[in-house]
Design a protein around this ligand. Structure first.
Ligand SMILES: O=C(O)CCCC[C@@H]1SC[C@@H]2NC(=O)N[C@@H]21
Length: 599
C-alpha cells in the first residue's frame, strides 16, 4: 500500500459532493421544467420524446453498475479474460431484442411490460411475473448499493453507512422528483465518469508496466489471457459456450423483456429510434466492459509477483480496483475522489433506473387494478412518485442486510439468470407459440422459477478454481513497513477469502456444480417445456369436451414468428384492446390521451 496515502482528503470529498450535487440538481431541473412531472407519461416515459443517444447510454448504465467496475476488473485479474467473450453474445442478443421482442412492446405502448402477459396469459400470470421482477430488482439494487460501500470502506476508509445512505438518498431524490428525463440525463453524465475512472487505471497500469504490450505480455505469462476454452463440461465456470450461450440468454432477458430496459426504449417516439438505441448501446457497453477488463489485467501486471490478497492487504477480489487506485495514485490529490465518483456513478445510474421501473410495475400492475382504476392521471403520477420514494427506502434497507454476497459479479449475474431465464421464456412462448395458454404459462413460470432458484441458491457449491497468484516477489516490490494510517485500514482484514477445496469436486450434487452462466438457459428451457406439456394437456381436454380453443390476437405475436407456424384457429381477437399500429408517436397521441389508465 502506498505509504503516502492517508485516507480521503478535502479535494476527494469536494469531487464526490459535486457528483451528488449535479445529479440532484438535474432532478430539480426536470421537476420544474417541461410538464413538471404531472403526468405518468412524463414521469415514466419522459413524454416519449427523448433522443436515441441518451437512451443508448442509459440502456448501458442501467445494467452496468459499480458491480461491473469492481467485479469485471477483478474477474480478469483472478480468473483471466474468458469472461470478456460475453460481450460477443451481447451483439448477437441485440437484433433479437430489437426485431423479435421490441416491436410487440412498441405496439402495446404500455408502461408495464407485464400488461403483455395479462393480455396473452391472464391476470394471474401478469402478477406472478411482476412479483418475480420486483424481487429480482430489489435483491440486485441491494448488491449495487452495498458492494461498492464495502470495497471502498476497506481500502479508502470511506464510511460504509455514509456511502450507502448518500448514494441511496441522492438517487432516490432525483429519480423521485425528476422522473425518467432526469434519470436518462444523469445516466449520460454518470456513464462518462464510469469511463473516466477505469481509463485512469488502464493508463496508470500501462505506464507503470512499460506500455500496453507489456501489460498483455505479463498477463499472458500469468495465464490470464484466454478466450477460447472449448470444454463442454457444464461445471466449468467460464468457457466460450457459457459466455456465448449463457450470455445471449442473460442479455435477452435484460434487454428484450426486462421492465427497466423496455421502459427506456419506449421513451423515444418511433420503433426505429428505439432499435437504434439498442444498437448504439452495444458499442458503449462493450467499450466499458473491455476497458474494465483491461484495467483488471493492468492491475495484474503490477501485482503479478506480489499479490495483495495473498499478502492480506485486502480480503476480497472486489477490493482490488480501489486498492490499486490508492496504492498507485493515492498521493495525487483528487484522484481517489474521482475514482470513487466513477464507482458511485455506476450505482446511482443503476439504482435510479431500477426505482423508476419498480414504481412503474407496482403502480400499473398492482395499484391501478386494485385501488386506482378511476383515479386521474395527475393523481396517479403523484402516487407513482410516492412508490418510487418508498422503493428508495427499501433499497437502502436491503443494502444493509446484503451481508453475504460472494463475488459481486457472479452474485448479480446469478440473480439475473435465475429470475431472468423463466421470465424470458414466458414472453417468448407468448410471442412465438400459439399452443401455450394460461394454465400452461403459469405452471411453466412457477416450475422454471422453482428449479432455477433451487440450483442457483441451493448448496453446498464447490469452490471455484482460480488461476495461481504469487507473492514471492514482495520483498523487492513492497515496502514492508506499513504506516499507522494504512494499518488502521488493514485491521479488519481476515485470512484470505479465496476458496479452498473442502471435498473432491465430484462429491458435490451434480446440479450444484453447474456453472452459474447456465442458470438462465436451464430456467428458460424448463419453463418452456412445462408450459408446452401442460398447455397441450389442457387443450386436449378442452377440445374433447367440444369447447372452442381461445383465440390469440395476432398483435401479441412477434412479427418474426413465421406465418406458417401460426395455426388458422388463432385469428385476431377483436375483444382484446390494443393501441393501433403506429411508428410515430404523433400519430397516436390523440388515442393515448383518451386512454389515461393505460399509462
Ligand atoms: O454491473 C452490473 O450491475 C451487473 C453485472 C453485469 C455484467 C454484464 S456481463 C456483460 C456486460 N459486460 C460487462 O462487463 N458487464 C456486463
Amino acid at each position: 500500500m502506498n505509504e503516502n496515502y492517508s485516507g480521503l482528503n478535502v479535494v476527494d470529498y469536494v469531487i464526490l459532493s459535486t457528483l451528488l450535487l449535479i445529479s440532484a440538481s438535474i432532478g430539480v431541473y426536470y421537476r420544474f421544467s417541461g410538464g413538471k412531472q404531472r403526468t405518468t407519461k412524463e414521469y415514466l416515459l419522459a413524454d416519449r420524446n427523448m433522443s436515441f443517444i441518451p437512451v443508448a447510454f442509459s440502456l448501458m448504465a442501467s445494467f452496468m453498475s459499480s458491480i461491473t467496475l469492481l467485479g469485471v476488473s477483478s474477474e480478469n485479474y483472478i480468473y483471466g479474460t474468458q469472461f470478456v467473450v460475453i460481450n460477443l453474445a451481447y451483439i448477437i442478443g441485440t437484433p433479437l431484442a430489437a426485431y423479435f421482442y421490441l416491436p410487440v412492446f412498441y405496439k402495446l405502448q404500455h408502461a408495464s411490460v407485464y400488461k403483455y402477459l395479462e393480455l396473452r396469459f391472464g391476470v394471474a400470470t401478469r402478477l406472478a411475473a411482476s412479483v418475480a421482477f420486483v424481487t429480482q430488482m430489489i435483491l440486485y439494487i441491494g448488491i449495487v448499493l452495498y458492494a461498492p460501500a464495502l470495497a471502498l470502506n476497506a481500502v479508502t476508509g470511506l464510511n460504509k453507512i455514509a456511502s450507502i445512505i448518500a448514494v441511496g438518498l441522492v438517487c432516490t431524490f432525483y429519480s423521485t422528483i425528476g422522473g425518467m428525463k432526469a434519470i436518462l440525463i444523469t445516466d449520460v453524465f454518470q456513464s462518462v465518469l464510469m469511463f473516466a475512472s477505469v481509463i485512469c487505471v488502464c493508463v496508470k497500469g500501462s505506464i507503470d508496466a512499460g506500455g500496453m504490450n507489456k501489460v498483455w505480455e505479463i498477463a499472458n505469462e500469468g495465464g490470464r489471457i484466454q478466450f477460447t476454452d472449448l470444454r463442454l463440461d457444464p461445471s466449468v465456470r467460464h468457457t466460450l459456450w457459457t459466455q456465448l450461450i449463457g450470455g445471449i440468454f442473460t442479455f435477452t432477458s435484460l434487454y428484450a423483456v426486462n421492465q427497466t430496459q423496455v421502459q427506456r426504449l419506449l421513451t423515444v417516439n418511433s420503433l426505429r429510434k428505439a432499435q437504434r438505441s439498442l444498437w448504439l448501446n452495444w458499442p458503449i457497453l462493450t467499450a466499458l466492459s473491455l476497458t474494465t477488463s483491461f484495467a483488471g489485467i493492468s492491475m495484474y501486471s503490477r501485482y503479478a509477483n506480489c499479490d495483495p490478497l495473498l499478502e492480506k492487504h485486502i480480503r476480497s477480489p472486489d477490493q482490488l480496483l480501489p486498492y490499486f487506485v490508492v496504492d498507485t495514485m493515492g498521493h495525487l490529490p483528487g484522484v481517489a475522489g474521482l475514482f470513487i465518483a466513477g464507482i458511485f456513478s455506476g450505482s446511482l445510474s443503476t439504482v435510479s433506473s431500477a426505482l423508476n421501473s419498480l414504481a412503474a410495475v407496482t403502480v400499473q400492475d398492482f395499484l391501478v387494478p386494485c385501488c386506482f382504476k378511476k383515479t386521474s392521471d395527475a393523481r396517479l403520477a403523484w402516487v407513482t412518485q410516492l412508490v418510487a420514494l418508498s422503493y428508495g427506502g427499501i433499497s437502502i434497507a436491503i443494502a444493509f442486510v446484503a451481508e453475504y454476497l460472494g463475488g459481486v459479479l457472479q452474485a448479480s449475474l446469478t440473480i439475473f439468470g435465475v429470475v431472468g431465464g423463466p421470465l424470458l421464456a414466458l414472453f417468448t412462448i407468448g410471442m412465438f407459440s400459439t399452443v401455450v395458454e394460461q394454465k400452461g404459462a403459469l405452471t411453466g413460470l412457477i416450475a422454471g422459477l422453482a428449479f432455477s432458484l433451487w440450483i442457483g441458491f441451493g448448496g453446498p457449491k464447490p469452490p471455484i478454481p482460480r488461476l495461481p497468484l504469487r507473492n514471492d516477489g514482495c520483498a523487492e516490490f513492497l515496502n514492508a513497513t506499513i504506516d499507522s494510517t494504512t494499518e488502521q485500514y488493514l485491521s479488519t482484514i481476515s485470512p484470505s477469502a479465496l476458496p479452498t477445496v473442502v471435498m473432491p469436486a465430484d462429491d458435490y450434487f451434480p446440479l450444484y456444480r453447474i456453472s452459474y452462466m447456465w442458470y438462465a438457459p436451464l430456467g428458460f428451457l424448463l419453463t418452456i417445456l412445462v408450459a408446452q406439456v401442460v398447455s397441450r394437456i389442457v387443450r386436449f381436454n378442452v377440445e374433447r369436451r367440444g369447447i372452442s380453443v381461445q383465440k390469440i390476437n395476432e398483435e401479441l405475436l412477434s412479427p418474426m414468428f413465421p406465418q406458417c407456424f401460426r395455426t388458422s384457429q388463432h385469428l385476431p381477437d377483436p375483444n382484446l384492446l390494443l393501441t393501433p399500429r403506429c411508428e410515430n408517436y404523433e400519430e397516436k397521441q390523440s388515442h393515448e390521451d383518451q386512454t389515461v389508465s393505460k399509462i
